[in-house]
Design a protein. Structure first.
Lengths: 381, 178
């Protein structure tokens, strides 16, 4: 049974009572092997010496050489509101291909064909005949760009800088960073950040991963992009979905049908939304592996193929303060329902088969909504 | 064993002291890191790292607060460092974050619900409400003023009440499972 405790006190009590695993058996041995760091018996003298050294370094840095630091570049970049960032992907064989471009002009931004406008975000996905639709949602912040202010915090990252270097006929400062990241094992990552010492802004940033095998390069331009960049063009025949309205539609549907609902999109895609109390033990917050195959098939309504394998993508979301699990059926409804030969019933039962277990959802409300997968992908509470 | 005796024992590598350290603090620290960070697997690693850090940096405990608040402070720092590293991992394409399927449903639901509360509010709430630290201890553990601890706990409770408040019909109405 999966349910939230009904009161704050019970919630806290439940948190206290969550069973914790025992400490690893070798922890005591590891603690014994760990050597404590010793403190100097006369720390005041040490601190005084350290202060003098630090003070000397600060003074010398002002007197002897430019003081531009990685942190300066980070700060100046974060203050910018007008720029164009062009990404280039560097492949393992050394070839370079153009990646995405990010534009920003004050509050307006654009990332490919996604537009951040004053009061809304608009995604244009027009690649007919495969897809041709436009999604309108609430306004979101611009995406992060290649130059990452938090890189300075990477494990082991220690920026070094070469000042006053020649680069394409101009004088620049070049920062070098070596760090690591963990993806099952530790990988190397190197970054070369080229900065204009006059503006203290990045010109080009190249990050290479896995001992230089592949990476990305970002080029920066801090002129205000043309206003035409942010003019949205709705392609002919594109279906326009307003996710703000669809979100309300789903909330209302679940209020009147709390046992769950089947949402059917215009492309025939099917999304099951069920309260966690009726859901099987799922990997919360995780996407199932592709080899985890389930079946979603019709009950009394018979709207889904009776033996139709589908890869299910399972996630949890919070809607109106309540936890739900969503199961997305990738392949969707049969053509008969899309071309109108068969009509969707108002409710249907569904069997969700995961491995050798079957979960039955009774009288789920069926609702047609524009693009439920896109909607749930962007769901925020 | 008093705080000062325990600190001396940890510094000396005394087996009894280390067993007290693990026995008294491993599970509370693990629970805090799990509920604050959201991942049990990460929390298990971080809890061990926290205790190892306590052992290696025990000279840094100057007795100005309780040992308990200092240990939670070490745990909090470990968690923040871990989140910074994770920020990079998330940025790298196709690297997912996995959670275990072996945890109890209740624990998962509770953790999932906690994740809807921002981490700054969550950590203050967990330390005071779940781990039982005083406002003063939580203030030392998080490195923020006592007033801020109170304010964060208040806002966390408000969020929690909103999350728990029944918004419609019967909460968690169940369907048949066969």
């Amino acid at each position: 049974m999966q349910k939230l405790p009904s009161t704050e006190e019970l919630f806290v009590q439940s948190l206290r009572e969550v069973k914790m695993p025992n400490a690893p058996e070798d922890l005591i041995r590891r603690l014994q092997k760990t050597e404590p760091r010793t403190r100097n018996a006369e720390p005041a003298a040490l601190y005084a010496l350290a202060f003098l050294v630090f003070f000397g370094l600060v003074v010398s840095s002002f007197l002897l050489r430019p003081s531009l630091s990685y942190a300066d570049v980070v700060r100046h970049f974060q203050e910018q509101r007008h720029y164009t960032v062009t990404n280039t992907r560097i492949m393992s064989d050394g070839t370079r291909t153009k990646g995405y471009t990010i534009y920003r002009s004050g509050k307006l931004w654009r990332f490919g064909t996604t537009y951040g406008l004053e009061d809304r975000t608009v995604k244009v996905r027009s690649h007919p005949p495969l897809m041709n639709y436009v999604l309108i949602d609430k306004r979101r912040d611009p995406p992060p760009v290649g130059f990452r202010p938090d890189q300075i915090l990477w494990k082991g990252a220690k920026p070094t800088v070469d000042h006053n270097q020649s680069w394409h006929g101009r004088k620049v400062d070049i920062f070098h960073i070596k760090g690591t990241y963990i993806d099952r094992q530790e990988w190397t990552l190197t970054e070369e950040l080229i900065v204009d010492p006059k503006t203290k802004l990045p010109i080009q940033d190249t990050t290479m991963r896995d001992s230089g095998q592949w990476g990305d390069m970002w080029s920066y331009d801090f002129h205000d992009p043309s206003p035409s960049i942010f003019e949205v063009s709705i392609p002919k025949d594109a279906h326009v979905y307003d996710l703000r309205l669809q979100r309300k539609q789903i909330e209302n549907a679940l209020k009147t049908h709390p046992t769950g609902a089947l949402f059917v999109g215009d492309e025939g895609e099917v999304v099951v939304i069920a309260p966690t109390s009726s859901a099987p033990k799922l990997k919360y917050g995780a996407t199932l592996d592709w080899d985890f195959v389930g079946k979603l098939r019709g009950g009394s309504g018979g709207i889904l193929h009776s033996s139709y394998d589908a890869n299910l993508d399972l996630k949890t979301i919070v809607i109106d303060g309540k936890l739900y699990v969503t199961a997305w059926m990738m392949r969707g409804l049969s053509a008969d329902f899309l071309n109108g030969k068969k009509q969707l019933p108002p409710t249907a039962s569904a069997v969700l088969e995961l491995g050798d277990k079957r979960y039955f959802m009774k009288n789920a409300f069926i609702i047609r909504t524009g693009s439920p997968q896109e909607l749930l992908l962007s769901w925020t509470y | 064993m008093t705080d000062s005796e325990l600190v001396a024992g940890i510094a000396a590598g005394d087996l009894d002291a280390l067993e007290v350290l693990v026995g008294d603090y491993h599970q509370p620290v693990l629970r805090y890191l799990w509920q604050a960070g959201g991942s049990k697997e990460d929390a298990e690693d971080l809890a061990c790292q926290t205790l190892l850090k306590v052992r290696s940096d025990i000279a840094g405990f100057r007795g100005q607060g309780t040992l308990r608040s200092w240990i939670y402070r070490v745990a909090y720092r470990e968690l923040l460092q871990h989140r910074r590293r994770q920020a990079l991992v998330r940025w790298i394409p196709f690297v997912g974050h996995e959670t275990s399927t072996q945890d109890s449903d209740d624990a998962l639901v509770l953790t999932e619900a906690l994740m809807t509360i921002p981490i700054a509010l969550r950590t203050a709430f967990l330390l005071t409400e779940v781990e039982g630290l005083s406002t003063q201890e939580a203030s030392a553990a998080l490195g923020i003023p006592e007033g801020t601890v109170k304010s964060r706990c208040h806002h966390a409770r408000m969020r929690l009440r909103k999350l728990l408040a029944p918004t419609f019909g019967e909460r968690n109405a169940e369907t048949t499972i066969d």
